[in-house]
Write a protein that binds this ligand. Structure first.
Ligand SMILES: Nc1ncnc2c1ncn2[C@@H]1O[C@H](COP(=O)(O)OP(=O)(O)OP(=O)(O)O)[C@@H](O)[C@H]1O
Ligand SMILES: [Mg+2]
Length: 350
């Protein structure tokens, strides 16, 4: 009740945050997605001091990854969906919150932050502390699968069963939602970064070419797939010959990359199958109709829906804007913090 009164008269805009390993997004009820930048910070090497007085955060810092001058280091402060570097995460959040609030009231916002469902109490506290120190007035945490579910309009407060798969940079979260909560959740540290690594290893072994993670990611986005393409593709890449260490080019085909991604994709599929096996039979029956919804950047891999349908027998839908689903969901919790109270946890609850 107090929340409601305070919320109505509050001068600041409440914000929803998807603090991801690869990307951080901020959304509000009024403005939708306000900010969408890589979770990268450029610091002076050996320090936690952000370069150029805060300019080295997000997009600008991402552009420096892999090619920073000697005294500068571009850091991803989150690993596997959790905070690996507390101080740098706080700086990242401070900069992003300030940017999202630019030209608006000085009142500190209330924020809803999505976190991986598997994280520990200590890790939850770290997220809350970081956000508070970065300028939030009040912090609520919500499990990512619930945020993703609400973001893509699944009936999360109803008995009806549904399934959501979120393939991010560091983690894949799979959840069966029903009866107003997650019935089964699996979180595995197999996701987009591992797909990049599989490509990097494949190119080194099969083409004797050393490439960086950025090139591997570009290849995944350009010619990667999870299922045979109607029109197979190829692309030219540049790297360093592993034998004579000279720069060299090579042409790589989409079929090769699909093969290279198989093991990692099977790892993701395994967690979907585990989740289905663990779901109560009545809910499994619901899923025959409602199927599986896929979100997160990994959902953009062409043919992922067919890969899932072929291996589970269930209908599968890729969300129309999979990279923003979790952030959209966090903003929807802000519509009614009381109604959704059971899904939210605060510092006092931990
Ligand atoms: N077109 C694309 N095809 C394949 N993968 C893509 C595409 N676009 C982005 N990705 C991948 O999606 C991943 C990032 O997704 P997302 O932003 O959902 O992750 P995140 O939320 O930051 O990570 P996490 O949820 O693990 O903390 C990266 O691995 C990126 O390479
Ligand atoms: Mg994510």
């Amino acid at each position: 009740m107090l929340n409601r009164i305070f919320g109505r008269f509050s001068l600041s805009e409440d914000l929803g945050i998807d603090l991801g390993t690869a990307n951080t997004l901020i959304a509000s009820r009024e403005r939708g997605i306000i900010l969408n930048e890589p979770s990268v910070v450029a610091v002076y090497k050996g320090t936690n001091e952000v370069i150029l007085d805060g300019m080295g955060v997000g997009l600008e810092a991402y552009a420096m990854l892999g090619k920073t001058p000697k005294n500068i280091e571009a850091i991803r402060p989150l690993k596997g969906g959790v905070i690996a570097d507390f101080e740098v995460t706080e700086k990242l959040l401070r900069y992003f919150l300030r940017k999202a609030n630019e030209g608006r009231s000085m009142v500190r916002p209330r924020v809803v932050i999505a976190v991986p469902s598997g994280i520990t109490t200590v890790e939850r506290r770290a997220v809350i502390n970081s956000a508070e120190r970065a300028g939030a007035r009040k912090v609520y945490l919500v499990d990512e699968p619930m945020a993703a579910g609400l973001g893509v309009d699944l009936p999360i407060t109803e008995a009806q069963g549904s399934m959501i798969v979120d393939i991010g940079g560091g983690t894949t979260e799979v959840a069966v939602l029903a009866l107003g909560g997650p019935v089964v959740v699996k979180s595995v540290k197999v996701a987009g970064d591992d797909l990049d690594e599989a490509i990097l290893n494949f190119v080194r072994k099969n083409h004797n070419l050393q490439i960086g993670p950025q090139t591997a990611e570009t290849m995944k986005k350009t010619i990667g797939s999870a299922y045979a393409l109607d029109q197979e593709k190829s692309m030219e890449i540049a790297g360093r010959d592993t034998l004579n260490l000279m720069p060299r080019k090579a042409v790589i085909h989409s079929e090769e990359i699909r093969d290279a991604l198989q093991d990692t994709l099977r790892g993701i599929l395994r967690s979907v199958l585990d989740c289905l096996e663990a779901a109560p039979p009545e809910i499994g029956a619901d899923l025959l109709d409602s199927g599986i919804v896929v979100v997160g950047g990994g959902a953009l891999l062409p043919g992922f829906d067919r890969f899932i349908t072929e291996n589970t027998g269930l209908p599968c839908r890729i969300d129309k804007d999979p990279l923003t689903a979790v952030a959209r969901g966090t903003a929807r919790f802000l519509e009614d913090l009381d109604l959704y109270a059971t899904f939210l946890s605060e510092g006092d609850d931990l």
